[in-house]
Write a protein that binds this ligand. Structure first.
Ligand SMILES: [Zn+2]
Length: 162
């Protein structure tokens, strides 16, 4: 079984069936696609400071894609929230009636585990986070049925359009 994209190297990521090189390219494209959809400024990027794997990946990808942009980091700004953050917030509001307003994030179609893998491949320093209950639950579902988290994101996007 070879990488689904280049058909040359062995897959490094099981969910997407991609080799390490194609995996990082696909993750970068997914982030930039969501980033552009947010209609934000490309000359000045304002990020909300965090010390998560997601934050370090987002910052790295934006700096790489927009080399002339000025990156400002502070208490306000764009959040680095992954697919699991969106899915967890959706589950909380839908099933447990806990209202949650999630900030838009260019990382919403990328999983936390993929951020960690991207950071590892690119040699970025990232802290290992403690997972909360819902994130553990999502990781368990994803382990049993690959692609579950992506299917859930599609449902979330569809339910918001209504
Ligand atoms: Zn490949």
């Amino acid at each position: 079984m070879l990488c689904a994209r280049c058909k040359q190297r062995k897959p490094a990521n099981a969910t997407r069936q991609l080799c390490a090189r194609c995996f990082t390219t696909v993750i970068e494209k997914a982030i930039i696609r969501e980033y552009k959809q947010l209609g934000v400024h490309r000359r000045q990027i304002v990020l909300k400071k965090a010390n998560s794997a997601e934050y370090h990946v987002l910052r790295h990808v934006l700096a790489k894609t927009f080399p002339y942009a000025k990156i400002k980091v502070g208490k306000q700004g764009m959040s680095a929230l992954s697919l699991e953050d969106y899915a967890a917030a959706f589950i909380n509001s839908f099933f447990f009636n806990k209202p949650s307003r999630l900030a838009e994030s260019p990382l919403k179609s990328v999983m936390y585990s993929e951020c960690c893998q991207y950071a590892r491949i690119k040699g970025l320093k990232f802290p290992l986070e403690k997972q909360d209950e819902i994130r553990e639950f999502l990781a368990a579902i994803e382990k049993r049925r690959k692609g579950s988290c992506f299917a859930l994101l599609a449902s979330i996007k569809a339910s918001r359009k209504r």
